[in-house]
Every structure is written in C-alpha cells, then in structure tokens.
Design a protein around this ligand. Structure first.
Ligand code: AMP
Length: 214
C-alpha cells in the first residue's frame, strides 16, 4: 500500500500515520521528521535547513525531492509506505510521479480553529521523541516526559507566528495538491476533527472499500 497523507499542519497526519504504519506494516516517512533528525544530528543538510524549518517556510523542492528519493530506495519502503508531509508542492508531486505510483492520497481535513489549538498545545520530548498535547494528551506530571522525565519543549515552528506562516504556506502551495490528486481519481477525504480512533476507523473503511485488506 503506497499512501500519501495530505492536509494542513496540525490536522493529525503524523498521529494517524503512526497507527496506520503498525496496522499495515509499512514505514511512516515524514519529511518534517527527516529534516528534524538532520538538524538534531547537525549534518550538513541539517545546518542548511534549520532556519527554514524554524520560520515555517518550505525547504527548496530540489533538496526535499532528493531526500525522499533516497529514503524510498530503502528496503522497508519496497512493499509500501506512508508519505506524511510530502509532496507539498506541485513540483514535488510531479517528481513523486516519476519515482513511483501511489494507491491513494488521503486528504485530512479539520476546522482551522481546531488545527491552531492542536498546534499551539503540542509539546515534545526531544530525547524520547514522545509527543504530548497540553489539553488532549497531557503528561502525568506537568511539563515532564512520562518516559524520561526530561522537560517538554515547544517546537520553534509551533509558536504563534510560525503557525500562521505554515498555514499560509499550506494554503498557497500545498492545497492545490487536492485538485491535483482529485484529477487522478486517487483522492479520498478523511474528516480529521475527531479522536485518533474515529479518524483511523475512516482510514480503514476507505482503504477496505477500495479492496485493500488490513
Ligand atoms: P512538518 O513536520 O511536516 O510540519 O514539517 C516541518 C517543516 O519541515 C515544514 O514547515 C517545512 O519547513 C519542512 N518540510 C517538511 N516537509 C516538507 C516538504 N515536503 N517540502 C518542503 N519543506 C518541508
């Protein structure tokens, strides 16, 4: 199963991708996570993109496409994948078409106010990698990771100014991909305003209706 997860930042693509990955035994490939790993490991690429990520702008297409091309060559991606956060521009979608076919583009949607609430309340533990939400998924002890006890931090791009920027960038550069995939007949809408369980149930139903079994 080769899936593209489309939708604005904060709509829950990452959370649902993690559940889908386990259900279908396919890797969850998040370009945002790949960039953040490079930044953490202070690689050449990481240094190049650090400021771009913090600002909420997009990394140039050529850099992003090369990174995804390499990742899709890995053994674990040969039987399928979930692309989360890629493609984000028409040029990236065209490049993906050259690399591989996909089965579906799932378009996750939710009201803007809910998206802002989800993004601004998100906190992460840098070392354990665990993601929390101050309201929807708080840690046992306020401000501390349940696993490591380390202090939780807010991603620089989850701060108010960067959130506004990311939503504008999504609207201008990524939303046109909805029409792009609609035209191919591969687009399926998923209402992402509920809980992870109800959202994933829709994903399963959509994929099963299309003849794919878990
Ligand atoms: P995300 O975790 O998907 O919200 O991505 C975080 C940031 O990584 C984005 O705001 C961009 O700066 C960068 N990024 C992730 N995916 C892409 C992409 N496909 N094209 C360009 N930049 C990206």
């Amino acid at each position: 199963m080769r899936l593209v997860f489309l939708g604005p930042p904060g709509v829950g693509k990452g959370t649902i991708a993690e559940i889908t990955k386990d259900a279908f035994c396919i890797p969850h490939i998040s370009t945002g996570d790949l960039f953040r790993r490079h930044i953490k490991q202070e690689t050449h690429l990481g240094t190049e993109v650090k400021k771009i990520l913090a600002s909420g702008e997009l990394v140039p297409d050529s850099i992003t496409i090369d990174m995804v091309k390499e990742r899709l060559k890995d053994q674990d991606a040969q039987k399928g994948f979930i692309l989360d956060g890629f493609p984000r521009t028409i040029a990236q979608a065209d490049a993906l078409k050259e690399i591989t076919d996909i089965d579906y583009a799932l378009n996750f949607t939710a009201p803007k106010e809910l998206i802002i609430k989800r993004l601004s309340g998100r906190r992460v533990a840098k070392h354990s990698g665990k993601i929390y939400h101050m309201t929807y998924n708080p840690p046992k002890e306020p401000g501390k990771c349940d696993i490591t006890g380390e202090p939780l931090i807010q991603r620089p791009d989850d701060q108010e100014e960067a959130i506004a920027k990311r939503l504008n960038v999504y609207h201008d550069q990524t939303a046109p991909l909805i029409d792009y995939y609609q035209a191919t007949g591969l687009l399926r809408d998923i209402d992402s305003s509920g809980t992870p369980e109800t959202i994933f149930a829709q994903v399963l139903e959509t994929l099963q209706q299309s003849g794919h079994q878990k």
